[in-house]
Design a protein around this ligand. Structure first.
Ligand SMILES: O=c1[nH]c(=O)c2ncn([C@@H]3O[C@H](COP(=O)(O)OP(=O)(O)OP(=O)(O)O)[C@@H](O)[C@H]3O)c2[nH]1
Ligand SMILES: [Mg+2]
Length: 183
């Protein structure tokens, strides 16, 4: 059995594979689930996972990850709209907007939703950091401008990022639940 990670984002898959290596194989599946209009990552992810599980067929469970960058000084913008903002104005211009603020604190959040024939479960993870001018070649998305403990997430290896990141924390919650669930 494999867990089908429904996403177009290879960075997310790399991190999940790295973290779940001892638990279950992770297969990337591209399926355009409905991203419900909501400011709740949990609602978006849970709805997406349920829909993907029902529409894709087969009994293999699915995982969906909905993530966002919440900038304190911008009232949590871009939050659930982070993918749209990355695709339109881009990371560099978001940094320029944030750099005008004295408070550079931001939080990354992700919600992983798992769905199988028995139901849907969600696992949240978040990390607080500081926005900085872009540095580093690794990671993806906003990683170059998100600094944690003196390093941007783009300067970390996958393992280092997983050890501190929003996604790593959500994966830890998920792995614990998955390993302990009743068969
Ligand atoms: O610096 C980052 N570190 C991360 O760990 C991270 N995870 C997601 N993101 C970005 O935040 C938005 C989420 O949107 P999102 O959850 O809809 O993802 P996505 O559209 O890329 O893939 P999909 O899973 O929806 O197919 C997108 O702009 C992603 O690039 C990250 N940026
Ligand atoms: Mg998306």
């Amino acid at each position: 059995m494999a867990i089908r990670f429904v996403t177009g984002n290879e960075g997310k898959v790399r991190e999940a594979r790295d973290y779940l290596a001892d638990l279950e194989p992770v297969e990337q599946v591209e399926y355009d689930y409905t991203e419900v209009q909501s400011d709740s990552l949990t609602e978006i992810a849970a709805h997406g996972a349920r829909e993907a599980f029902e529409e894709l067929g087969s009994d293999d469970p699915v995982l969906v990850d909905d993530a966002g960058l919440f900038v304190d000084a911008l009232e949590g913008f871009p939050g659930p709209y982070s993918a749209y903002v990355e695709d339109t104005v881009g990371v560099e211009r978001l940094w320029r907007l944030a750099s005008e603020e004295e408070n550079r604190r931001a939080r990354f959040r992700t919600v992983l939703a798992y769905a199988d024939e028995t139901g849907t479960e969600t696992f949240a993870g978040s990390v607080a950091g500081t926005l900085v001018a872009p540095r580093g070649e690794g990671g993806f998305g906003y990683d170059p401008i998100f600094e944690y403990n003196g390093q941007t997430m783009a300067e970390m290896s996958t393992e280092e990022k997983n050890a501190i990141s929003h996604r790593g924390r959500a994966l830890a919650e998920f792995a614990e639940w998955y390993a302990g669930r009743d068969e």
